[in-house]
Design a binder for this molecule. Structure first.
Ligand code: NAD
Ligand code: UD1
Length: 338
């Protein structure tokens, strides 16, 4: 079966592409490369030894998306494409609502037209906002508090309405916790265009010498070492979660919402210390003010994924850091300029 990966040249999409191909699927990638490089797709081909059909397409261009459905026999879509920076979404909310929502409308319209009604959507733990309890279950209240998070929740709601209007759609909404790490080969990984916002790529760039020190955002949280705690999940575990989500679609699951996390949290200082072990260097850091909008702690209850998808995370924090470091040290400039 051909699987269309929108945003498949991006961080999570490229890793998922590898897992899908290794599970016997054929991958077709559509990406406008607004936050990625075509080199990532070439590297996926190198890792898997298989050809990946690549379309440089903006999903908002509905006729171009329809061309893909005309040319390729698509059975399922995994919809990764979207803008994902919280800070940028606060500065440019219209760009985020426009891109993330219009891309989804355009995609779903093309899918409806070509009777492809199997969809996996990249949602985020950000939809839970500031959780009342941890670990977080899927039925916890949702209340995102930035434009990026609101686009994720809105898309979830659009897809719920779509399923309600036509129950022959099968839709899996995957709420990712904090994806980190890289493919163990070191050939693909996370390559933020600007100075990273997220902790792990920031630590990696300090380790490689492209940034001076990590700023630890706040050490007055009600957590064991007073720094923020998150559920970091290896991107290859996340990729495998998508393979299982496709199997769920084939069971005609209807609408299914599921967390993808490990169920355990690590603090900022624990992450720095684990990375130091992985790279064999000291990571300089400095405690600064809290980052506005940050929460103290957040980790998943992953039991639904285990029960319904037969999936659980296998990699630990050592592999997350070792693989992130391998990617960073083999590719100090990421994929490089095209
Ligand atoms: P990414 O930026 O690396 O990948 C997203 C891809 O979508 C990029 O390659 C970009 O070029 C493409 N894209 C954006 N708008 C497009 C459009 N209109 N048409 C075609 N392509 C478009 O991000 P990622 O980390 O791989 O995230 C993938 C998905 O998972 C996103 O939807 C993101 O919101 C979601 N998510 C990511 C995280 C995370 O921490 N990385 C956490 C939770 C959810
Ligand atoms: C952030 C987003 C979230 C998004 C997720 C994945 C915010 C407020 N939240 O989550 O919506 O789904 O990324 O893309 O931006 N930290 C530092 N120094 C740094 C960077 C981070 O101390 O330079 C700390 C943070 O305070 C936090 C932890 O590290 O405690 C993880 O931060 P980050 O990687 O940005 O992820 P989230 O904040 O969980």
């Amino acid at each position: 079966m051909n699987i269309l990966l929108t945003g498949g040249a991006g961080y999570i999409g490229s890793h998922t592409c590898v897992s899908l191909i290794e599970s016997g699927h054929r991958a077709v990638v559509a990406d406008n490369l607004s936050n990625s490089s075509a080199e990532a797709v070439k590297r996926v081909e190198r890792i898997t030894g298989q050809k990946v059909r690549f379309y440089k397409t903006d999903l908002r261009d509905t006729p171009a998306v329809e061309e893909i459905f005309k040319s390729e026999s698509i059975g399922c879509v995994i919809h990764f494409a979207g803008l994902k920076s919280v800070a940028e979404s606060v500065e440019k909310p219209l760009a985020y609502y426009e891109n993330n929502l219009d891309a989804t409308f355009s995609l779903c319209e093309a899918m409806r037209k070509f009777s492809v009604k199997n969809l996996v959507f990249s949602s985020s733990a950000t939809v839970y906002g500031n959780p009342q309890n941890v670990p977080i279950k899927e039925d916890a209240p949702v209340a995102p508090f930035n434009p990026y998070g609101r686009t994720k929740l809105m898309i979830e709601q659009v897809l719920e309405d779509l399923h309600a209007s036509d129950p022959s759609w099968n839709i899996v909404l995957l709420r990712y916790f904090n994806p980190v790490g890289a493919h163990p080969s070191g050939l693909i990984g996370e390559d933020p265009a600007d100075i990273p916002n997220n902790l792990m790529p920031y630590i990696s760039r300090v380790a490689i010498g492209r940034l001076d020190e990590v700023r630890v955002f706040g050490n007055d949280y009600p957590t064991p070492d007073a720094t923020g705690v998150r559920d970091y999940i290896h991107v290859m575990d996340l990729a495998q979660g998508h393979v299982r989500a496709l199997e769920k679609l084939s069971e005609k699951c209807g609408l299914f919402t599921c967390n993808l996390g490990t169920g355990r949290g690590y603090s900022v200082l624990e992450m720095i210390s684990a990375f130091e072990k992985a790279c064999g260097k000291k990571i300089p850091y400095r405690i600064t003010e809290r980052r506005p909008g940050d929460i103290a702690e957040c980790w998943a209850d992953p039991s639904l994924a285990q029960k319904e998808l037969g999936w659980r995370a296998k990699y630990g924090i050592e592999d997350m850091c070792a693989h992130a470091w391998r990617w960073q040290s083999m590719n100090p400039e990421g994929y490089g300029k095209e």
